[in-house]
Design a protein around this ligand. Structure first.
Ligand code: KG4
Ligand code: ZN
Length: 331
């Protein structure tokens, strides 16, 4: 059975077809970054209007790429939250219309669970329980996944998400929107030792906080910014500070809970240094480590289809009264 996944929680309009072997048949993502760039962030009203314009062509393309028609689809999975309420509504309305007219099962998916299931795609099995770090533009959640569908949130950010901190500092540096990937590239050529920045919130158990680092970094940038070399060292130092605290709390949780694997998920999991450092710590412990390829770290619908498949396999299904939930929690 193929599942059609639909994702419209923020500023990517996405549709994908995934088989019940968790293999990706197609994965189409229309980014709205160009639309929001001049505002330096996502404008919710523009995002939902753009989803309305783009979603049906994106679904058509996903079916076409998978060499399928709707007759080859066995179920519809759609993100129901968390996210922007107007954007979510567009995806859920389209999913309901398709499910109703084709008589297909409908399954609502938590976007964060979707990010975790980015690790399930194109894989025969995964070792659970797992300790998972979800790092995106809106979330920084440290999660113990006991089994499929059972999560305990160990810690989360008390203010900015990690991606948000990258984006805000990158914006002041003139790196555009979203700035995380540009900051990552710039940091590759820099020396983190040259520009000292504070470690963000090393205490506080498994919770995170990036606002202090952000303020300190912006003060340093505004007082000392000086040419290309400085920009590279500054980016390297900022990236080092953020990844250090992520890696240290992730593996503190790993050592406390002794899971069978460790996973990264969410847009910031595409970060080069974070991937390398998590890989090194996992291999030191001989622990299986799962990180999606970069294109499956940022928002996409294949991960939503995968999480939907798992829900369907557990006998979970939603009705046409499925509601969006902007603050939907993971557990
Ligand atoms: O998961 P995602 O696509 O959207 C949300 O659900 O929020 O994550 C987007 C975030 C943005 O903040 C973006 O700057 C960040 O992921 N990001 C990165 C990198 N690639 C994407 N941050 C740091 N380094 C990267 N390579
Ligand atoms: Zn996301």
């Amino acid at each position: 059975m193929n599942v059609l996944g639909i994702e419209t929680s923020c500023d990517e309009t996405a549709a994908a077809v995934v088989g019940d072997d968790f293999r990706i048949r197609s994965n189409v993502i229309a980014s709205q970054a160009d639309l929001h760039r001049r505002f330096g962030g996502v404008v919710p009203e523009l995002a939902s209007r753009s989803h309305i314009e783009r979603l049906l062509p994106v679904i058509d393309e996903a079916l076409h790429e998978a060499s399928s028609g709707l007759e080859d689809i066995g179920a519809i999975a759609v993100t129901r939250g968390p996210g922007l309420v107007g954007s979510l509504t567009v995806g859920v309305a389209a999913a309901k219309a398709l499910a109703y007219t084709r008589g297909l099962p409908l399954v609502g998916v938590n976007h964060l669970e979707g990010h975790i299931y980015g690790n399930r795609l194109d894989r025969a099995a995964w070792p659970l329980p797992a300790v998972v770090l979800i790092v995106s533009g809106a979330h920084t959640d440290l999660v113990l996944m006991r089994e499929e569908g059972r999560y305990a949130v160990l810690g989360r950010t008390r203010d900015d998400a990690a991606g948000e901190a990258f984006d805000k500092v990158a914006r002041v540096m003139g790196l555009g929107y979203p700035g995380g990937p540009a900051m990552d590239r710039l940091a590759e050529g820099g020396d983190p030792e040259q520009v000292p920045l504070p470690l963000p919130f090393p205490d506080g158990g498994y919770d995170f906080s990036f606002s202090g680092l952000k303020t300190a970094a912006l003060r340093v940038w505004r007082s000392a910014a000086d040419g290309e070399r400085f920009a590279r060292d500054f980016a390297a130092s900022f990236r080092h500070a953020v990844t250090s605290v992520l890696v240290s709390k992730l593996f503190r949780a790993v050592d406390a809970h002794r899971p069978r694997s460790v996973m990264l998920a969410g847009g910031v999991a595409a970060n080069t240094l974070l991937r390398v450092r998590v890989e090194a710590e996992a291999s030191r412990r001989a622990l299986p480590m799962l990180i999606p390829p970069p294109v499956l770290c940022t928002d996409n619908a294949a991960m939503i289809a995968a999480a939907g498949l798992a829900r369907l396999a557990r006998g979970e299904e939603d009705g046409l009264d499925l509601a969006v939930a902007a603050d939907l929690p993971l557990s």
